[in-house]
Design a protein around this ligand. Structure first.
Ligand SMILES: [Fe+2]
Length: 198
């Protein structure tokens, strides 16, 4: 069985998000990769041994797989949509899609920032629905609750406290979101939007 390998991201020197935070964050991400591999292997083993059906442990592990899997994948989207001091600009296609749905780029941003500020731990995600081309900002609780089926993540922001607690107070999530916006890799985000719109 092929296992997932943790990816590396050259993000040193972000504005307002310290290298110390990133180092710690990469370590957490690697934990999700490790747990995803472990659970995937254990679940396959139970299935092979005919011990999957009607097994409460199997059921619990399957539910937990969504948590670890989401933790792995969302962190990859997150790190990938960052670049020191940001990169590029939102493409014409992305800007138009945001304007079509939200009326203006500024309104989209205000909505995304508000979603990112929701109480609790989770993620703010801008999605594109490949079927309609429409955009929507949504909140994911933990790593797995609130993912619309088939929607493509375009911009992903970690809103767990570990993403900013070394740099800001718990009450200063707004400052972290501001820092996040100053480091967005718009080239990557625009490519995702284009891919999802086809
Ligand atoms: Fe995180």
């Amino acid at each position: 069985m092929t296992s997932f390998k943790p990816r590396s991201f050259p993000l040193s020197g972000l504005t307002g998000i310290s290298d110390k935070t990133l180092e710690m964050h990469f370590g957490l991400y690697e934990g999700y990769v490790k747990q995803t591999n472990l659970l995937t292997e254990q679940l396959a083993e139970l299935a092979r041994a005919g011990k999957a059906a009607s097994n409460p442990a199997y059921a619990e592990m399957t539910r937990h797989l969504g948590y670890e899997y989401g933790g792995m994948v969302l962190h990859e989207y997150y790190f990938e949509n960052l670049a020191p001091k940001g990169k590029g600009k939102p493409s014409a296609d992305l800007t138009k899609a945001l304007e079509d749905t939200f009326g203006s780029f500024e309104t989209w941003k205000a909505d995304f920032v508000a979603v990112g500020g929701l109480r609790g731990v989770g993620w703010a995600v801008l999605y594109r629905d490949p079927a309609s081309g429409r955009m929507t900002n949504q909140w994911i609780t933990l790593h797995e609750q609130g993912v619309p089926a088939g929607y493509c993540p375009i911009l992903v922001m970690d809103a767990w406290e570990h993403a900013f607690l070394l740099d800001y107070k718990p009450s200063e999530r707004g400052k972290y979101i501001e820092a996040f916006f100053s480091n967005i890799n718009w080239e990557e985000v625009s490519e995702r939007a284009t891919r999802a719109g086809k």
